[in-house]
Design a protein around this ligand. Structure first.
Ligand code: PLP
Length: 213
């Protein structure tokens, strides 16, 4: 199936108000343009260098999402254009984003990444830390926390994945308000489960483009 057919298939299974972020890491400009031409505008990358190059080369109305671990010293390269940072995992990173947003006369939308997986190697705040981080974020005028992001354990165990998504969803429901509206969870392997648990933003790569090298 073609890239646009794959996108069509996914769009059919999600609600119209669920945002599909097409994860374009390691994809050629040609592949990205195929998705763009089928109407997609939200694209996600996980490496700053790759993201900066693609932003230069590709259409200017693309909304770029940073979905991977972000180092503080690299925020400056994306601050002028980034649409949404999904991967805020420390207060110091948030302070740096605020500083660079200010230099660019912008307010940058961010999600707090929450650690819900069993695996130690996934980044993010613990659930109990989130309210404190939110409070601190109100002191930073050039960042807006607009929601939460989480990744489930990489596993075949549907019940486990479902319960991890449910934990994040419960937290989201608790803190949700006029500004906090986005729950980013679900990838190729688990976006259907994520949507059942209340996700309204999914990040999908390999189901659209095929397996990455
Ligand atoms: C790569 C990646 C995705 C997409 O993964 P697929 O399994 O290819 O859909 C989603 N979220 C994050 C944070 C990623 O790094």
């Amino acid at each position: 199936m073609s890239i646009s057919e794959n996108i069509g298939k996914i769009k059919k299974t999600i609600k119209t108000d669920t945002i599909l972020v097409v994860v374009s890491k390691k994809q050629s400009n040609e592949n990205i343009l195929a998705a763009y031409q089928s109407g997609q505008r939200n694209f996600g990358e996980n490496q700053v260098q790759e993201l900066v190059k693609k932003e230069k080369d590709l259409p200017k109305d693309i909304k770029w999402h940073m979905i991977g671990h972000l180092q503080r010293n690299k925020v400056k390269y994306i601050a002028s254009f980034i649409h949404l940072i999904h991967s805020i995992d420390s207060i110091n990173l948030l302070i740096e984003v605020d500083k660079r947003a200010k230099q660019n006369h912008r307010i940058i939308d961010c999600l707090l990444q929450v650690h819900i997986a069993e695996e130690e190697n996934k980044f993010g705040f613990e659930i109990h830390e989130v309210s404190k981080i939110l409070e601190k974020s109100y002191m930073l005028p050039n960042v807006n926390i607009v929601g939460l992001m989480g990744m489930a354990t990489f596993s075949q165990d549907q019940l486990k994945i479902q319960s991890e998504f449910a934990r994040l969803s419960r937290l989201f429901i608790k803190i949700k308000n006029n500004q906090i509206k986005i729950l980013s969870m679900g990838m190729s392997g688990d976006y259907k489960l994520a949507i059942k648990q209340g996700s309204n933003m999914i990040r999908v790569g390999s189901s659209i483009f095929g397996k990455r090298n």
